[in-house]
Structure formats: structure tokens, C-alpha cells
Design a protein around this ligand. Structure first.
Ligand code: DX5
Ligand code: ZN
Length: 215
């Protein structure tokens, strides 16, 4: 069953509680954290996650677009994130493993993220240790509203095969430019969690937009 994760990057931050309630027919809430270093944009941080946690029971799928993300695992776990995903490009492999160890110790679900440039094979050492989620970026991270990079579809298929081989319980999420049309391609390639910002918040009928993404 495919899960839909609306990205609150496309919400109105002055009406965040309202905009979270508007996507209540979805499954997860995707929270984009950007530090202005790993990506050029700055979005939201720990206090906002803490406030969101106090106002919703939705699963908080927290995408950390920050340099050396291990520095923030404790703070986001304490703020109430359910899952933290960290970019493989954001630190050296031993530090990425240490951050994942820390998530495990804190009882938060653990994910890794790949920029478009990063090859599918990079996930193998992490799948071997066990993961809850792999996120494949289908745009350059940093901004909502960009066009889907179709050249990432073979990578999604390759990672699906690696997940089935090494860690069958791991979820495969896609983020960037996902709409009703590209969602079909992602699902066909093996994705089972779809993030969407503009395709959901830009729609006049949000529950219909969420339903359309399910295929
Ligand atoms: C981009 C973020 C995405 C973004 C998706 O760096 O990680 O989650 O909000 O927005 P859309 O769906 O508009 O491409
Ligand atoms: Zn994201």
C-alpha cells in the first residue's frame, strides 16, 4: 500500500495547523529541514517540529537537508520526529553510520537520502545494517515546485531490487516533482512512499489530489 506524505514546505506557515489539518487524509507528514549550507535555502527547525508534534498525531517524516546531520539527531528525536532521514552526501560514511546508531538508540525510525547525482549502489552498506527508509530525490533538494527528474526512475528500480535483496522491510520514498502523472511512474519503479508539496497544496481539492497520487 502506497503512503502519501504531503510536504509542508508548500504550506502557509502562518496557518500551519490549518494546513496540516487539510492533509489529514494522507498518511505521513513530510517535514523539510534546510540549513542554508547543505542546500541554499533555509526552512524550519527543531522548535517548529516540536510545535507540530503538539498539534497532530500524524507520522512526522523528517527530511534533514543539513551538513553533518548527526549533530541534530537528538534534538529532532526529542522534538517528536517519528523518522529522520539524512543525506549520504552530508557527512563521511562513519559519521552517517554513527547518526543511524543514535537514531536506533533513541527509538526513532532511520532513513537515508540520495541526491540525484548519487548512485543506487551507495545504499548497500546501509541496507546491510538495516534501515526503515530510503529516500530518492527526484529534484535537486532545496526548493519545492521543481520538475521531476525522470532520469532517476532507473535508480528507483535499482534500489527497489537492492531493498528486496538486503532489507525487505525498508520503505522506498520519492521526493520532488511528484504529481498524479509522475506518481504512476514512481510506483511502477517500486516506490511505496510519495512526497508531494505543490501537487497537494496547489490543488483546489486537496483530498482529491491526495487520492489521485495513490493511483
Ligand atoms: C525539496 C524538498 C521537497 C519539496 C517537494 O528539497 O525535499 O520535499 O517540498 O516539493 P514538490 O512536491 O513541490 O516538488
Ligand atoms: Zn523533502
Amino acid at each position: 500500500m502506497v503512503k502519501i506524505a504531503p510536504s509542508i514546505l508548500s504550506a502557509d506557515f502562518c496557518n500551519l495547523e490549518r494546513d496540516i489539518q487539510r492533509v489529514s487524509t494522507a498518511d505521513w507528514l513530510h517535514v523539510d529541514v534546510m540549513d542554508g549550507m547543505f542546500v541554499p535555502n533555509i526552512s524550519i527547525g527543531v522548535p517548529v517540529v516540536q510545535s507540530i508534534r503538539a498539534h497532530t498525531d500524524m507520522f512526522l517524516d523528517t527530511h534533514l537537508m543539513v551538513e553533518k546531520p548527526g549533530r541534530y539527531v537528538d534534538a529532532f528525536a526529542k522534538a517528536g520526529a517519528d523518522l529522520l532521514s539524512i543525506h549520504l552526501e552530508a557527512d563521511m560514511p562513519p559519521a552517517i553510520h554513527a547518526a543511524l546508531d543514535r537514531m536506533e538508540a533513541l527509538g526513532v525510525k532511520k532513513g537515508i537520502v540520495l541526491r540525484p547525482i548519487t548512485a543506487a549502489e551507495a545504499v548497500v552498506p546501509y541496507l546491510e545494517r538495516g534501515l526503515d527508509l530510503i529516500l530518492v530525490m527526484t529534484v535537486e533538494p532545496g526548493f519545492g515546485g521543481q520538475s521531476f527528474l525522470a532520469d532517476q526512475l532507473p535508480k528507483i528500480s535499482a534500489i527497489r531490487a537492492l531493498i528486496d535483496r538486503y532489507c525487505p522491510g525498508c520503505r522506498l520514498e520519492v521526493d520532488g516533482g511528484v504529481n498524479a502523472k509522475t506518481a504512476k511512474d514512481c510506483i511502477a519503479a517500486g516506490a511505496d512512499v510519495l512526497v508531494a508539496g505543490s501537487a497537494i497544496y496547489g490543488a483546489t481539492d486537496i483530498p482529491a489530489a491526495i487520492a489521485a497520487l495513490r493511483g
